[in-house]
Design a protein. Sequence first.
Length: 145
Amino acid sequence: MYRLIYKSRSTTPLNWALVQDITMSSEPSNDAAGISGVLLASKTHFLQVIEGKFEDVNALFRRIVRDDRHSEISIISFSVIDARLFHGWGMRGIGTFNLNKEIESKLVEKYGAEEGGIRFPLEEWKTLSLINDIKLTGDLPSWKT
């Protein structure tokens, strides 16, 4: 089992409707391929965690790299894992632009600011910490209807 984390710049301003469209359209194929993960989005950047078999994670990442919604794609980590952190999440979407302002302010204080939002870290442990902090807030938008 492997985990890949990358950060990219969005070629257009991001909003919840776009994040939801991406995750809802990718979840069925991710589930079928045994992929789990989360797509975190600010107004300007994506941060994605992908978990699954080596071949499946690589195949998905090759498709992502060709997606014209991304630019400046940087791999943060690619590692062997013992267990999934996002089991049951074919691809969960989280928009940091939808967070409660008090929570957002605390996350900016902890992780820094980037282009008017929360800075997405470039270290694996910090990216996972950020995602966990957001999960713990309980301020997540519903991603399935």
